[in-house]
Design a protein around this ligand. Sequence first.
Ligand code: SF4
Length: 295
Amino acid sequence: MPITQPQHRPPQDLGCPMLQIATGCSHGKCRFCSIFDGVPFAPAPAHEVTADIVEIARTATSTTRRIYLTGGNPFALPTRRLIEVFDEVECHIPQVNSYGGFCRIIDVAHKTDADLAKLAARGVNDITIGAESGFDEALAFMEKGHTAADIVEQARRLREAGIEFTFFYLVGMAGAGRGQENAIATARAFSAAHPKRILAVCMTPSPKWPLTADIRSGRWVPPTEVEMAQEIRTFIEHLDCECTVDCSHDTDIIRFEGGIPHNKQGMLELLDNRIPKMNERAARRMREMLHHATF
Ligand code: SF4
């Protein structure tokens, strides 16, 4: 089955073959998302999954060890179906021993500890989670469908099952004037959750998002570029779990990557040096042009 929907993949999975086992997103309500607009969440037909596995096997090499499961949240599928797919993959490509893809915090909550242990044993690891923020007010406004407490609790269960995870952090999600609150609450929740990696992405509103109506009505006001950079600085300052912070997405104006705790001071010094030199208009213009944004 051709992969027709846009796919957001974390940088660490860009080299993996993609396998579509589900389409759409089972949530589909986040106000900052239009990726799967009009595409209901559904498992891909079994015969199409089989055909795709055979196709991947044709070009697989001895280094094809990991498969990226596409879609908004393929791990929402029942564990039984996921294991069936893994069996089929490994029947055709026996060297595969690792699976990744997007997973919602609530998908983890819907799995039992025994499910998580089974998935871990079959190679599910380094999954990607759009945690986005640890600030409950922003999470609720954006209809993300989880709270900061959910993030911490489900992360604990993943860690106990031996499944590592990467978090997306949506900088600016709380809107103008709330960046510092968002940074501190998110650093607190993420530090407790202890992701392996944090990918920071700056809020870049698209005309297709439900949030556009909130911007037009004044219910939500985008933060400035400088406020978002200051939010990132405060987030890093308060982050105290061992992890990598990757701030090199094309929505990020000041780009860098480093580890916490050993590169924390260096990242703060970089931001302290660069933030006062930021050109608000140029930074905004760049993001408008790259993403057809509606600020
Ligand atoms: S959970 Fe992810 S894919 Fe689904 S609506 Fe929210 S941001 Fe979009």
